[in-house]
Design a protein around this ligand. Sequence first.
Ligand SMILES: *Cc1c(COP(=O)(O)O)cnc(C)c1O
Length: 457
Amino acid sequence: MLDDMVDYLEHIRQRPVWQPIPDVAREAFLASMPTQGRDLTEVHQQFMQQILPYAVGNAHPGFFGWVHGGGTPVGMLAEMLAAGLNANLGGRDQIPVEVERQLVRWMADLFEFPPYASGLFVTGSSMANMIAVLVARYHALGREVRSHGIPPKRQLVAYASAGAHGCIAQAMDLAGLGSTNLRKIPMNDRFQMCTSSLEVAITADRQAGLQPFFIAATAGTVDVGAIDEMPVIAAIAERNGLWFHVDGAYGALAMLSPALQPLLEGIELADSIACDFHKWGQVPYDAGFILVRDGVLHLETFSTPETYLRRDTRGMAAGSPWPCDFGPDLSRSFRALKTWFTFQVYGAERIGQAIHQTCVLARELAERVCAEPALELLAPVALNIVCFRVRHDGDVDGFNAALVADLQESGIAAPSLTTVRGKLAIRVAIVNHRTGRTDLDALMTAVLTYTHTTESA
Ligand SMILES: *Cc1c(COP(=O)(O)O)cnc(C)c1O
């Protein structure tokens, strides 16, 4: 089984990125629960034939859809070790918890957070952003909010760019604050939050008797990779007494690259940062992370005094506070181990270089798009995402949508679609460390070839 997976990763370029799922493969998963076990070899064969070929393909260097990480063999092996150990990272006195705490310190150092900062592995940035909203809510309303909910006539209002990820609005919804109380601030021509509009919105809400409490800047928007002006936003948050959060789901780890680090200026001023190791960090899914400047506030937002979780100064119940005191999960997997192995084996510098390389490739691709009369670049390239479309007289959106489906079904390259200022865009997000120039050559050739065949059809 191990050999098969190593082979899969080693020869992945020879496979299609993705392929449509035949009915027989899909139907196999309608079978009911087996009462008797089968031979492991037989089950593994089914995995090889019916599961492995029909994954979304983000380990493939030709995968450019959405912002998905590529994973590594090291991460894969570490995940096997974690599963063998079957550690529950909710808490208790065990070295696996110390590994997670070490990662928290590494992240605090990386973002120049103080020693009293706290952090926690979570599923992904959707959860990390929600934890940030909850800590900020606690900060704004005090401990009463945990027992009594939102007091009447205290409407909390949050702010993010119109290009922010949908999970910020969802976090407002889940925190009981309402998704419409996230103000979506318009973007400037570089797709950054317009900071003068932000100030106007805060003032208007305050005058309307509402309580502004939270600003989420984005470091790497999911559509175009834009980075909000964090120093300016930090100053606005400071002046108005608001929580300054950074959704750095994929972009925050650009901090590992000396060449990219200056783009993240101001991130060190954040009250909290959400970030994913499973995107640019190349750690296998899932490995999200939340870092909070004020560890005490973070702890107070989540800790509960349940008797069965009693703490002691010795024995296995020592070592309080535990990871479960910093978030809603009690049982938790050992996500820190695959992240720890990734940093130990590759080193921060090499991970940073891989991140930088994806940005170099994106810039080159954007230059090729600009040089190609049939294509139109739809957004400036700040990091690793290139949005463009094929020029077309007539139904330009329909044409580009069909082209992306053709490309995906071809197995050659898999970009995705998004909408940029009302225009449907072919979105190429380069995240995978395996992606090189040849993969972009293949993408460009496929785009132009399919364009010609579709046009002449
Ligand atoms: C991916 C992403 C998210 C969501 O993170 P998950 O790990 O998928 O939950 C949030 N914000 C941004 C900017 C992202 O790129």
